[in-house]
Design a protein around this ligand. Sequence first.
Ligand code: ATP
Ligand code: MG
Length: 581
Amino acid sequence: MRMSKMYFKTYHDDPADAVIPSHKLMLRAGMIRQQASGVYSFMQPGWRAVRKVEQIVREEMDRTGAQEIHMSAVIPAELWQETGRWNEYGPELWRIKDRHGRDFCLGPTHEECFTDVARNDLTSYKQLPVNLYQIQTKYRDEDRPRFGLLRSREFIMKDAYSFDVDQEGLDKSYMDMYHAYEKVFKRCGLDCRPVEADTGAIGGSNSHEFSALSEVGESDLFYCDKCGMAATDERCACVDAKAQDDVEMLPLEKKETPGTKTIEAVCDYLHLDKKQTIKALLFVTYDEATLKENGYVAAFVRGDRDVNMIKLVNALNIPEFCIAFADEEKMGPATGCVGGFTGPMGLHDCTIVVDSELPGLKNLCAGACEKDHHYINVNYGRDYKGDIVTDIKMMKEGDPCPVCGAPVKHTKGIEVGQVFKLGTKYSESMGAYYLDQKQEKHPIVMGCYGIGVTRTVAAVVEQHHDEKGIVWPVSVAPYHVMITVIKPSDEKQMEVALHIQDELEKQGVEVLVDDRDERAGVKFNDADLLGYPVMITVGGKASDGIVEYKLRRDEDHMEEISADEAVKRAADLVAAERFGC
Ligand code: ATP
Ligand code: MG
């Protein structure tokens, strides 16, 4: 392809509303264009990268024996009502009506649709196991679409669904997908880590998230170098502080603590360590169908801890969108809480959730539910009780590993894929049964497996860029080679460039020739920004058949070599790396 004839546009300056590198660079390189908040169109280079990732995903899925189909994104409400997810999924579900007023949604994920296929078509043990997948546009009306393709409202996902006769079959299907995912992300050039994960709105028992390590990632990952434990923050069980069984309970005492609305302030005032206090967090909950307020929650953790929201909603058995921080002015009269002075004693008409380590700790300080007052020597059982007592705390770097006790490490990741063991959740609620050899009926045992294709493209850019632009790995680069012609009006230069292009294209190498009538500096800047792996410059020495050759990832090593040598080197590099390193 010759750039003088190509539709494309690059931008010199960072777009105002983009804050992370992949979003900035993909906009500047003309890969994507925002159409609405969280809704993007793909321009030529962007779409080529998406198709590269799709193809890698397709090849690795096919290799496992999974079969590609394509379902509609428009899903009748009835299917989602059958499993209860029409309400449970909440405002993220993009609901639409047809002209007759019938309800539909634009699919955010397709468990119901694939289970519907299974219940109609997969009725005998002889047809199982089967794994069906699609690569399709998904819709989620995200609360806060952000970071370009990382969290958009329309995105491309590969979703696969496995159907097995029993748990053993599911375990195998799950591991097949797990290993296929490892290959997919390696081929895409991603430094990716599989970690144990929460099952969220999809449900089921086991799950792993595949996270591309990145500072801009929204997943908090904890891992242990000693035993290999790796999990997301919401899944990582925290080890409770050692119970103080041998410490005597002291008499409860109310103290005046004027103006001490924070843990820090009360600790200063009473000369306490944060670990000797109880922190209160107040929430309002909503009905999942009507989104009307339906209750209050007070959550309590040790003063130096934070609450993990996913652990909390799991403890309450409500979806994530059904909880928010409470307006204390409103909650006060209803429950007895007092902003900045709330403790577990004196509350009424709200669900009290107590973190699992608090019952073991003695003589703590907590708000007295009275302005400017705290209690000291507060003890679980004697002075307060929880409606729910479970681990709701957030893990921190250095906390003990739940498996071996060594200090854990923390890192951030971009969730590029997730695998779930669904079991019979969907097959039982939707009636997907098979008959065994004895003609006995059993629910099909299912798994589901997602990869965010467009998010993966952004994650690749996130891990592969420098201050000048993108540095594509060969396997997902929109083009493999950029030939910059310094003076396109020079016949010899064009002849050499087109010869190199021709020879490379014969070998399946994807080449862009920058033959635009622009200053060399403009062309070099664009070449850096677009970031194609091999950079060949054809200039003054073209008459001697000599060109400049370098790799985008190693720009300091420029060599002057013959055009034929450049062809050979580029072709060899692409052959070696096009299927991933
Ligand atoms: P997240 O926790 O980031 O919201 P999720 O766990 O809800 O994601 P899944 O239901 O597991 O997502 O979807 C499968 C894959 O689809 C994810 O691993 C991710 O790569 C991708 N994905 C999910 N939501 C989005 C989004 N809003 N934009 C882009 N990709 C997404
Ligand atoms: Mg997920």
